[in-house]
Write a protein of this length. Structure first.
Length: 232
């Protein structure tokens, strides 16, 4: 009977320790959440034109036309991509210049986007320093509602994306890009852009892939924002 009493006390103490640890963890999470601020970014004017092409996409995010809920980030986070160098898989864009991708103009009008050739293409931003990245915001061509195929967002400290590559987003549902089957959903282009949660990943380079869209085979990039802060 004495052993059973001691065992009961031990179990009770153990449960109290677990409960205390959970409470402390919850308190830490609440404290961290209280220090977060809402990510603010200026949206371009909505400007849908023409008759939308039916979206024959098997993994479409039906909520992508809805207003995006507030996204919280740590204090001191800014758009590190603004004015930074851009390279691409297409050395000779059909329309526009690669510098348009980080020039701050998200409007989607002529002269604000770069058009890359058909097939899989990518643009890459050099943040010129290692950074903690919390959100990547992408504006493809949004003057008419369309869906871009095989959108993949990756980061690395290697400019050639051979080593230390981390995938933040992948909606390639059939591995046609050869980078693995993605579990993320396709989305309809709007003036809100698409926000990718980067969860504070540390990297210098951000590379974004696409493979044509539901309106035509070309790849269009209006603007990319990379919200973060220099890595400590």
């Amino acid at each position: 009977m004495k052993w059973l009493k001691f065992a009961g006390v031990a179990v009770a103490v153990s449960l109290c320790m677990v409960a205390g640890a959970v409470a402390e963890e919850k308190k830490a999470e609440e404290s961290a959440a209280q220090n977060l601020v809402e990510l603010k970014t200026e949206l371009p004017q909505a400007m849908f034109e023409g008759t939308p092409v039916p979206f024959r996409v098997p993994h479409l995010d039906e909520t992508s036309l809805e207003a995006r809920p507030p996204f919280m980030v740590p204090p001191g986070v800014t758009n590190l991509a603004l004015g930074k160098p851009v390279t691409s898989s297409d050395d000779f864009p059909l329309i526009g210049e690669l510098e348009y991708v980080t020039d701050g103009d998200k409007s989607g009008v002529e002269g604000s986007y770069v058009e890359l050739f058909s097939g899989q293409q990518w643009v890459q931003i050099d943040l010129q320093q290692q950074a903690e990245i919390y959100a990547v915001l992408i504006w493809f061509f949004h003057r008419s509602p369309r869906v871009y195929h095989d959108v993949i967002v990756r980061v690395s400290d290697d400019p050639d994306f051979v080593e230390g590559v981390k995938t933040l987003f992948n909606n390639d549902h059939d591995n046609s890009s050869g980078m693995g089957v993605g579990r993320d959903k396709a989305f309809i282009e709007t003036n809100q852009g698409r926000l990718i949660d980067a969860k504070g990943v540390t990297a210098r380079y951000v590379r974004i892939y696409s493979n044509g869209n539901t309106a035509n085979a070309m790849n269009h990039y209006c603007e990319v924002e990379v919200h973060g802060r220099p890595a400590s």
